[in-house]
Design a protein around this ligand. Structure first.
Ligand SMILES: Cc1ncc(COP(=O)(O)O)c(C=O)c1O
Length: 249
């Protein structure tokens, strides 16, 4: 029988569980930029949740919208049924998308699910076009793409991979981290655009006709914040277009 007051029974991801539970940091409330601990001590939330509370905690507009919708309809299945607001949200997203090339929206529940879904859509897209050899997915060293099998496979964090057998058809290009060249850069580093050409090495190794997609974080977050060098992402875009490889951000 579980002890109701014990922290023992919840496994926390990416956390040293024993250490945390011996000296827990439990946040009980939040407002604006601050959490409040159980004893009332405010804590500045420097990461906006995990980058998912960017409009501030307990933002009145958001709280009211959630409250209003939950009291009207909490859930309608997305298989064979729908809800008008889902369609409205898709249209609103497209209105703020960077170009008219974006025409369709697929909603998911988390970053990990988004990544695995995007990889599956990329493979499905290539198959559908008759490019049945385009099955390789390329990621980048040091990348974090969540906790799904696909995301761990294209990710570049060795420690996350040691306990699992993962996708086979995966390769990686080099990352852009260079203390030697880019330490103390402000904004986008001047050096490193040419690192994008490592994608050409992987294309030469496998053949462009074997590669379905390349996935990268525009600004890597979980491996230390790696801001892309000036011109790097533009060069990646160019190479992908030239070799008919889908680019997933
Ligand atoms: C680039 C990237 N992809 C995927 C994920 C996984 O997102 P989630 O924790 O919502 O599954 C994260 C989370 O930090 C991320 O930074």
């Amino acid at each position: 029988m579980a002890n109701q007051n014990s922290l023992e029974h919840l496994w926390m991801p990416f956390s040293a569980n024993r250490d945390f539970k011996s000296s827990p940091r439990l946040m009980n409330e939040g407002e604006g930029m601050y959490y409040k601990k159980q004893d009332g001590t405010p804590v500045l939330d420097g990461t906006a949740g995990l980058w998912c509370c960017n409009a501030g905690h307990a933002n009145k507009k958001i709280v009211n919208a959630i409250r209003e919708q939950a009291s009207k309809l909490d859930f309608a299945p997305s298989f064979q049924m729908g809800h008008p607001l889902g369609f409205e949200a898709a249209q609103k997203l497209l209105q703020i998308a960077p170009s008219n090339d974006f025409q369709y929206v697929f909603f998911t529940n988390s970053g990990s699910e988004s990544v695995d879904t995007a990889l599956k859509i990329a493979l499905g897209y290539q198959q559908h076009l008759g490019n049945s050899d385009k099955t390789i997915l390329v990621g980048r060293n040091r990348a974090y793409h969540g906790v799904g099998f696909g995301g761990i496979s294209v990710g570049g964090l060795a420690y996350n991979k040691i306990h699992f057998s993962l996708l086979n058809n995966v390769d990686h290009i080099c990352d852009t981290h260079s203390l030697e060249k880019n330490a103390f850069s402000k904004g986008q580093p001047d050096w490193g655009k040419e690192l994008a050409d490592d994608l050409l090495r992987v294309i030469e190794k496998h053949g462009a006709d074997q590669i379905a997609a390349f996935i990268t974080e525009p600004v890597a977050g979980s491996t230390g914040v790696l801001v892309p060098p000036k011109g790097y992402l533009e060069r990646i875009r160019e190479i992908c277009t030239e070799h008919n490889i889908l680019l997933i951000f």
